[in-house]
Design a protein around this ligand. Structure first.
Ligand SMILES: [Zn+2]
Length: 73
């Protein structure tokens, strides 16, 4: 996949594709994302992440999930 990471200022090769709905937690960390194929309001679009930012996303989503689990109870 010859795509660049969607995080502004990153420029590394992307290795993962994520729905913007999932990826937007990265914006909470102060990162700007370029979103592709977005057709609001129906389609949130996708973003592409390099290995490094994907790892960061995984860490954040894990934290997010925990918070969600806690608030559901
Ligand atoms: Zn990146």
């Amino acid at each position: 996949m010859e795509r660049m990471c969607s995080v502004e200022g990153c420029g590394k090769e992307a290795v993962h594709e994520l729905s913007y709905n999932d990826a937007k937690i990265l914006e909470g960390e102060g990162l700007k994302l370029k979103v592709y194929h977005a057709r609001p309001p129906r389609r949130p679009g996708v973003v592409y992440l390099c290995e490094e930012h994907y790892k960061l996303w995984k860490k954040l989503s894990k934290r997010e999930r925990k918070i969600r689990e806690l608030t559901m109870k």
